[in-house]
Design a protein around this ligand. Structure first.
Ligand SMILES: [Zn+2]
Length: 199
């Protein structure tokens, strides 16, 4: 989508996250890398080198994944938010990182660059980190497909983990970042095994 260039042009001090396809992500990897300072390039390469992210031991969010899918289907924002919060609480607790407040909002905001999928705001003194995700697309106001919604939630959580688990000074969109996002999303989807296919 047209928004990708803008989203990837800047490093991530906080996560204004639009969606890149895998191909776009690969191309974008070096679009801003060359402009980074040597120390920031080191952070980028460190991020790029971490390719795997599994569920923490003993975290079994399957029922909440099922509940989230049902809540999206029913267009129940309150329930979707409750399920997202439970999933994120289980993950942050399992990874032993500080908690995150999750907000599920109605319609994605859009600007000249496209629509926002998710937003990550790191913790500030006295305020925990926050993730915002939106249930409906900006243009047609359709409910976001479950798998895409879950991937966005994982994407934003990965920004948090960059700081809190991997102790990176910044959180960049790198190929490694997308592999971690993908690994986590797939693990969550697999915890829903045996249920009807996901849209
Ligand atoms: Zn992002």
């Amino acid at each position: 989508m047209s928004s990708v260039g803008a989203a990837f042009a800047a490093p991530m001090f906080f996560g204004v996250c639009r969606r890149a396809t895998r191909k776009q992500a690969a191309i974008m990897r070096f679009a801003y890398y060359d402009r980074l300072s040597p120390s920031r390039k080191r952070v980028y390469r460190k991020s790029d080198g971490i390719e795997a992210l599994a569920l923490p031991p003993d975290v079994m969010p399957g029922l909440d994944i099922i509940g989230l899918r049902a809540a999206l289907s029913a267009e129940d924002r309150t329930e979707a938010q409750r399920r997202c919060q439970r999933i994120v609480d289980a993950l942050t607790s399992g990874y032993r990182v500080p908690p995150i407040r999750v907000r599920v909002l109605a319609q994605r905001p859009a600007d000249g660059y496209g629509e926002l999928h998710g937003l990550y705001e790191p913790a500030e003194t006295g305020t925990p980190a926050r993730i915002s995700v939106w249930m409906r697309t900006a243009r047609k106001r359709h409910v976001v497909a479950f798998k895409s919604f879950l991937r966005t939630l994982c994407h934003e959580l990965c920004h948090h983990l960059d700081y809190e688990l991997f102790a990176l000074e910044e959180t960049f969109h790198t190929e490694g970042f997308y592999k971690r996002e993908s690994g986590l999303a797939n693990a969550l989807l697999a915890s829903d095994a045996g249920q009807p296919p996901i849209r």
